[in-house]
Design a protein around this ligand. Sequence first.
Ligand code: GDP
Length: 361
Amino acid sequence: SLSIGIVGLPNVGKSTLFNALTKSGNALAANYPFATIEPNVGIVGVPDPRLAKLAEIYGSARILPAKVEFVDIAGLVKGASEGQGRGNQFLANIRETDAICQVIRVFSDPDVTHVDGDVAPERDIETINTELILADLQTIEKALPRLQKEARNNKDRKVQLDAVWAAAQLLDSGTTLYAGGKAAGIDLAELRELHLLTAKPFLYVFNLDADELVDEELRARLSAIVAPAEAVFLDAKIESELVELPDEEALELLQSVGQEESGLAQLARVGFETLGLQTYLTAGPKETRAWTIRKGATAPEAAGVIHTDFQRGFIKAEVISFDDLVEAGSMPAARAAGKARIEGKDYVMRDGDVVEFRFNV
Ligand code: GDP
């Protein structure tokens, strides 16, 4: 499954946030039989109010939300790209993730020292991006001789080589491929083989003091720094308390700091989006469940997420949109109203489709 790597400078609240993710993941894992969670992986459920509604219609015994996996990538320090700290391990680990989540300190606790002396979110973002950019430039430098040789009598390789040159130029100017590649006219698909770090989608977690959570001006300023990447604003200390509390008390604590939803829930939702994922839904008396697919997946691919046999033996899918189902009140009523569609193997799934697959096994 796809995962998001969490990186950040020391003392910015990564472990605090990650512990909250792990606690929340353990609670979730209890619902997933046979789920084993690695110690450096934290899992969050993607909040989806549609699930409770469906479970009500079907009288489902339990609800299983979609999940997002976060991997704790330790060891980002200045010079990591040159092997400082545990730089090489750091680079190997981060290369395997599908998106990069940077945790940035904004909270100003004088008891927590900052590696660079003072709290300066913009500078820290630059420090991290510089390490990732330097790592990418090294990767390119290593690959260039081979690419140049191959490009001599291969047109496809020439196109690839040109994209790599353009990427090197952009990176040299201090811009990540994710932020600036498109505007520079670089086809990121041509770079895929190099597994460049800054070509992965980025998202940002700003770790704020509780009273800063409601500071709209600050949030707008920080969002602008990282655009087009998405930003999540949270207080990691509060998140670590929230996961210990029963739902009602957690809601009270959130409301006391002017929030409606936990930072982890926001992080799950934004992470899911950043990874280019969507869900479809299944429901029955046993469970209501959100299944994760990539945007643009076809019906057989969606069936394959439940079981590979379902994809191989796919015949057709009975599909109804969540809104139509709720309006009809039940599946039989929706069928009677002609709202349920039979779709074949070319059907492209839409977010919120409620599905029953027919297949041969
Ligand atoms: P890491 O090195 O990035 O993993 O940072 P830690 O999670 O270990 O946090 C470093 C210190 O900052 C710890 O003493 C935390 O309790 C504290 N800390 C983490 N998040 C916050 C926060 O949101 N507000 C405040 N005031 N302190 C925090």
